[in-house]
Design a protein around this ligand. Structure first.
Ligand code: NAD
Length: 337
């Protein structure tokens, strides 16, 4: 059993903790937080040993009546691997701690790519992370793009990717984010930083991305155009995608017209927190014109990276190969809408 530490128990960290707990070959050694709040209370209710991420703040937990198992250093020292799910930039500050205890670490997409030896997407480059000490699980958007690009490249070859990312202003719990009533080119410069991030997974890929931010919290939406190296029928792409467990093609019969109904469907289907780990591609949007492929896909920013973190744990610990890991993760989480 791999002993997994989770440093940073927020949107991503708490989901990764639950997913790790469901795996047959790993367990949650503990989670670390900086301050007591509802998430700290839930961690304790779920039976996750809670560690103090910042020594000076440890007494705040006692004042809130929450029992602390120890400082984060103890957790990192004992763990086989640590998943750092702290806010962007804090992971970089934590690297020294993981190096000090010689504990392999996973970072999240908010960190700079050069913090880690490898940027990771299970479907695209699992093997690159095998036995690595510092791995960055790429962002929700880069994960969503990589999952589509990998099979298209393998099946038809990709000449150029153009993607417009309509991004949610903030997660549902982020009351300080926006815009509230606007549509922002964001970043206003073109191409956006997302393309270079996808190139950390596919270094030789030709990709341009444009970003926007809108007053929504549920999901991101991508409008994709991929110029392939050969002419392909849309029906063939639909079949190709049907074989990809982390791509969900939304059938017309479901009458799902946007991210609101998608989230409702996930809740009805009994998904924890209404999470959608798969890319959601509108089947009717899967189109080709000559060598150009088009589609719309929705990406659940809070959860699509969760199975990727689980697979990255197996990669760095050498516990399984890509196929075995992806299958185990998919089966235990119930991936495949
Ligand atoms: P979050 O703010 O929801 O959670 C971060 C948690 O870390 C909070 O509980 C915070 O209290 C805690 N924390 C802060 N400083 C800490 C420290 N020094 N040590 C330990 N814990 C500390 O953030 P998030 O949305 O989960 O994002 C985490 C990472 O995941 C970021 O790199 C982000 O870019 C990336 N990411 C976020 C999303 C998303 O949509 N939320 C999607 C993909 C990737």
């Amino acid at each position: 059993m791999q002993q997994v530490a989770i440093n940073g128990y927020g949107t991503i960290g708490k989901r990764v903790a639950d997913a790790v707990r469901q795996q047959p070959d790993m367990e949650v050694l503990g989670v670390a937080k900086t301050r007591p709040n509802f998430e700290a209370e839930t961690a304790i209710e779920k039976g996750f040993p809670l560690y103090a991420a910042v020594e000076e703040r440890a007494e705040l937990f006692a004042e809130a009546g929450l029992e602390i198992a120890g400082p984060v250093e103890d957790l990192v020292a004992e763990a086989d691997v640590v998943v750092d799910a702290t806010p962007s930039g804090i992971g970089a500050q934590n690297k020294e701690l993981y190096e000090e205890y010689d504990t392999p670490a996973l970072y999240q997409g908010g960190e700079d790519a050069d913090l880690a030896e490898v940027s990771f997407n299970a479907r695209s480059n699992f093997e690159d992370a095998v036995d690595a000490d510092h791995v960055r699980v790429v962002s929700c958007n880069t994960t969503g793009l990589s999952r589509v690009i990998a099979p298209l490249r393998e099946a038809y070859g990709v000449e150029k990717v153009r993607a417009t990312l309509v991004r949610r202003g903030g997660d549902p719990g982020q009351s300080d984010r926006g815009p509230i009533n606007d549509i922002l080119p964001n970043p206003v410069t073109i191409p956006s930083h997302h393309g270079p991030d996808v190139e950390t997974i596919f270094p030789d890929l030709d990709i341009d991305t444009l970003g926007m931010k809108v007053p929504a919290t549920q999901m991101h939406m991508h409008s994709l155009n991929v110029t392939l190296e050969e002419e392909v029928d849309a029906a063939d792409v639909r079949e190709l995608f049907a074989d990809e467990s982390r791509l969900f093609s939304i059938p017309e019969r479901m009458d799902i017209d946007g991210s609101g109904k998608l989230k409702e469907y996930a809740l009805d289907a009994g998904r924890p927190r209404g999470d959608i780990w798969e890319n959601c591609i509108w089947e009717e949007s899967i189109s080709t014109v000559g060598r150009d492929f088009y589609c719309f896909q929705a990406i659940h920013q809070e959860s699509d990276v969760v199975p990727e973190n689980v697979d990255a744990i197996r990669a760095v610990t050498g516990a399984a190969d890509a196929q075995e890991s992806i299958e185990t993760t998919d089966e235990t989480l119930g991936i495949g809408l």
